[in-house]
Design a protein around this ligand. Structure first.
Ligand SMILES: Cc1cc2nc3c(=O)[nH]c(=O)nc-3n(C[C@H](O)[C@H](O)[C@H](O)COP(=O)(O)O)c2cc1C
Length: 572
């Protein structure tokens, strides 16, 4: 059964499908990405999936985002009298899945809320009203009758600390919420089109799961103890049915290679406090861009012995300020300080939860211990904007580059001298790539640029994985390729090669106009092309970004393009 309800203005729709015996999904389809979110990079919208399991008793697994309030609740009421729901299972308390818990509690005041201990605690703060609850541990079971015996798997940090999975022994469906999800909105309920969903599946893993790779491996181990998993009913995107083994296998191998990374940075913060979650995520993103693994650690719930071990093995430490008045977080912070070592890099960002540990005294403590600040401590005074998250990402990249600098220099030197010189004979033009996504702008000087196709008109650009502009050059993103002029490129080149501080405005003092696609055109460039990214190829330390060219113009018809000749191949 499929029912579609359309709201053409916002393109929010709801899909209802029976996915197994007595099991129905209500998928809230959010076709348009309406705000900048790092993990929405591929811009294919998203879905919030909720499930009804009807045994002799009925369970609702997760709800929806509050933007679907009317649509979701109407649909739910069409499916079931809410008063007949016995259990509301909370896979985790992130608002995009539990945003309507309060509403469901109003409709079904007798419902028993099922979740991990941490989830129930979070929920108390979220709904501010009494509710029946059942806290579950790993392996606990809940029999709904008619064979629907549910078993709970504790899967902390995927990607929230309070995450649980729910396995239905009758249908062999594992409900995983964020884990194995992807931000991909289509009418397909299932993963029929593996090729189409693969880039989003991987991108989502990199943004949300890679910083918790160890936790992913623990969850996979626990999943291995269940009988066969026939379907993974995720909270975002299509449900995994056709490719369960393939896609769980990808999680395993990605996580294994993450945990084998030579260099790790620990990000210590208090989830759910202030803006810490998305700030920590943006920071982690910036760090992982440099090939450095991240371990996200919850200061409120961390085991102190484990904390010492993590700090001990990290090349860098980032602290998202915990609340002063939380004794557990304060003890954990003292443990981090007590285990920190000279030669480690350190970074601090404010969480802005209203009761933050002051950043400068904390930074001084780390300095006194001999650690090196990799970026200036980041103050968060107001609600973070897209630019704030970009600043955090760039700060993370600076830190990642700092902790790997010796390795990078060694790699550059290791090239065979003859090969190096031969490669050095490859030359290119000089270009400035400029991009804008929402309010965030960036730019870089590039010479590894080449026309790549006639039909469609296309160019390829090699973009180092740790470039600041890289996150604005995802599939579907638009940018401008500015061509520099021979004999007249020095000042632009010098400007854009400056070492910019995280979050700095790279266009200050540069003349620009806005292209039709929204990116800045450099007024002093010889020519420009408006481009759109169509695909990206993973080439070790660079992405080859292939883009189509939609428009362009030359300002001086007789002038030539600046050419860049090199002597060696291990530098640009
Ligand atoms: C002559 C020259 C050519 C360059 N070409 C490229 C390029 O094609 N791709 C790239 O990723 N970086 C290239 N770079 C490096 C970037 O320009 C980059 O601005 C710089 O290292 C700052 O990195 P950030 O933007 O991530 O802070 C080149 C640098 C020089 C000097």
């Amino acid at each position: 059964m499929v029912a579609l309800t359309e709201n053409p203005k916002k393109r929010l729709t709801v899909q209802v499908v029976d996915i197994a015996e007595q099991t129905t999904t209500i998928r809230s389809l959010d076709w348009d990405r309406d705000r900048f979110d790092i993990e929405f990079g591929l811009q294919n919208g998203t879905t919030y999936n909720s499930f009804i399991i009807r045994g002799e008793q009925t369970a609702l697994v997760d709800t929806s985002h509050e933007k679907f309030r009317q649509l979701y609740l109407d649909t739910l009421k069409n499916q079931i009298n809410p008063a007949d729901i016995n259990y509301l299972i909370i896979s985790h308390t992130e608002p995009d899945h539990s945003g309507l818990v309060k509403d469901v509690l109003q409709l079904a005041p007798d419902v028993t809320v099922v979740g991990s201990k941490v989830a129930i605690q979070f929920l108390e703060d979220l709904v501010h009203q009494p509710f029946k609850r059942r806290i579950v541990k790993n392996g606990d079971r809940l029999d709904l009758g008619n064979g629907h015996e549910l078993e709970f798997v504790i899967a902390p940090n995927l990607h929230w600390p309070d995450t649980i999975f729910t396995y239905d022994h009758k249908t062999q469906i594992l409900f995983t919420c964020d884990a194995f999800g992807l931000h991909y909105c289509s009418d397909d309920t299932f993963d029929e089109d593996l090729e189409a969903i693969s880039p989003d599946f991987e991108f989502y893993y990199e943004c949300l799961m890679a910083p918790n790779a160890r936790s992913v491996l623990s969850a996979l181990k626990r999943m291995g103890e269940l009988e066969k998993i026939g379907m993974i009913a995720t909270g975002h995107g299509p449900l995994l049915y056709h490719n369960v083994e393939e896609l769980t296998g990808r999680y395993r191998s990605w996580s294994q290679s993450q945990t084998k990374a030579e260099t790790t940075v620990g990000v210590f913060y208090v989830p759910g406090y202030g803006w810490s979650d998305r700030l920590a995520q943006a920071m982690s993103n910036g760090i992982t861009k440099t090939g450095v693994a991240v371990e996200l650690v919850d200061l409120k719930t961390a085991d102190l012995q484990e904390l010492r071990e993590i700090v001990g093995r990290c090349a860098g430490i980032v602290v998202g300020t915990p609340p002063v008045s939380n004794p557990a977080a304060q003890t954990a912070l003292s443990t981090v300080l007590g285990s920190a070592k000279e030669k480690q890099a350190v970074g601090i960002f404010e969480s802005n939860g209203g009761d933050d540990e002051p950043i400068y005294p904390l930074m001084n403590k780390f300095r006194d211990l001999g650690l090196t600040p990799a970026f200036p401590a980041i103050q968060i005074r107001e609600t973070p904007t897209e630019n704030t998250y970009k600043l955090l990402e760039e700060a993370g990249t600076d830190l990642g580059q700092w902790v790997t600098r010796d390795k990078s220099i060694k790699q550059m030197k290791s090239l065979d001298a003859d090969v190096d010189k031969a490669l050095g004979r490859l030359s290119g033009g000089l270009y400035i790539i400029t991009a804008q996504k929402g309010d965030v702008k960036s730019a870089m000087l590039a010479s590894w640029v080449s026309q790549a196709s006639f039909k469609p008109l296309g160019v390829s650009i090699a973009v180092a994985k740790d470039r600041a502009i890289e996150s604005l050059m995802q599939v579907g993103d638009k940018f401008v390729l500015n061509v520099l002029e021979e004999g007249n490129y020095q000042s632009l080149m010098k400007h854009f090669l400056k070492r910019f501080a995280p979050g700095a405005d790279r266009f200050e003092g540069v003349r620009t106009q806005s292209a039709q696609n929204g990116a800045p055109i450099l007024t002093d460039a010889l020519a420009y092309m408006e481009c759109e990214v169509t695909s990206r190829m993973d080439c070790g330390d660079h992405w080859i970004v292939y883009s189509t060219v939609d428009a362009g113009r030359v300002s001086k018809p007789d002038a030539l393009t600046a050419v860049h000749h090199r002597k060696v191949g291990n530098h640009y």
